[in-house]
Design a protein around this ligand. Structure first.
Ligand code: AMP
Length: 265
């Protein structure tokens, strides 16, 4: 029997939308009565030396794409809407360190507290029953899972598959920063993940050996490897051997662009 309460599906984004974002919108559209999308470049999840000022924006195009998808409400909050107390005064939410002090949290130490803080505030305003996030930002989905359990356990979290370009590159708003040579180099991420998947499927279970192979497949003078690691998919904890579901995740810097990707094994 269906519920008498409407299902409100929420897709938080930072805009400059692509098919990856729209896949979340379509999943929400299929499964919910109302769909709300927010477009907000959250300043508190950027480190001081990052691309906040350069982050690509095109609100008119975003609105057009979302209208075409039949979204019921598009919200473009201002910084004051989300942080009325000001950016010097707001209280940060701190997820547990086992989720934040790994993977992207190493070179982005304030990123996930910024994500948790904004998502909590957006949830409070939108009051969704269902929230849609992409697997591409896998660590973010674990942070949101923790946030929901801690603050709003009735929200259902949906993690949607990573949408890729035809050649395998994970779609990202930051791909627009890449020159054509950098764009070609970026394909290494997907190749390395496919190689890892093949080794896993052929029976390799030692995390140390798989990580070694993972790192070697990403070694290139033009690519700064930030991490290439395998951890428990549930809580991102370190392990010796693969027995349950794991996530293999990678981050690199190519020129000025930071790119991430992952696969679940
Ligand atoms: P962003 O605008 O980058 O903050 O992303 C907003 C949401 O879209 C997040 O839940 C992302 O994980 C998701 N997303 C971004 N890129 C992709 C992609 N290529 N495939 C699926 N979801 C994505």
């Amino acid at each position: 029997m269906s519920s008498v309460y409407p299902k409100i599906g929420f897709v938080p984004t930072m805009g400059f939308l692509h098919e990856g974002h729209l896949s979340l919108v379509r999943a929400a559209r299929r499964e919910c009565d109302r769909v709300v999308v927010s477009v907000f470049v959250n300043p508190v999840q950027f480190e001081a030396n990052e691309d906040l000022g350069l982050y690509p924006r095109d609100e008119a195009r975003d609105l057009e794409l979302l209208r075409a998808e039949g979204v019921d409400e598009v919200w473009f909050p201002t910084v004051e809407d989300v942080y009325p107390e000001g950016l010097d005064n707001f209280e940060r939410i701190h997820p547990p360190t086992y989720l934040t002090d790994v993977f992207c949290g190493i070179d982005r130490p304030n990123h996930f507290s910024g994500v948790a803080t904004v998502v909590k505030r957006l949830f409070e305003k939108v009051q969704p029953t269902d929230a849609y996030f992409g697997q591409k930002d896998y660590q973010q989905t674990r942070i949101v899972d923790w946030l929901i359990q801690a603050y709003s356990p009735l929200i259902r979290l949906h993690v949607c598959p990573t949408v890729r370009e035809p050649d395998g590159l994970a779609m990202s708003s930051r791909n627009t920063y890449l020159s054509s040579e950098e764009r070609t180099l970026a394909l290494q991420l997907r190749k390395a993940l496919i190689g890892l998947e093949e080794s896993f499927l052929s029976g390799q279970r030692s995390v140390e050996d798989l990580e070694q192979e993972f790192k070697v497949s990403l070694s290139s003078p033009d690519l700064e490897l930030l991490y290439a690691e395998i951890r428990s998919a549930k809580d991102l904890k370190w392990l010796n051997e693969i027995q349950n579901k794991v996530v293999a995740a990678v981050a690199v810097r190519i020129g000025k662009t930071r790119l991430i990707d992952n696969v679940l094994l």
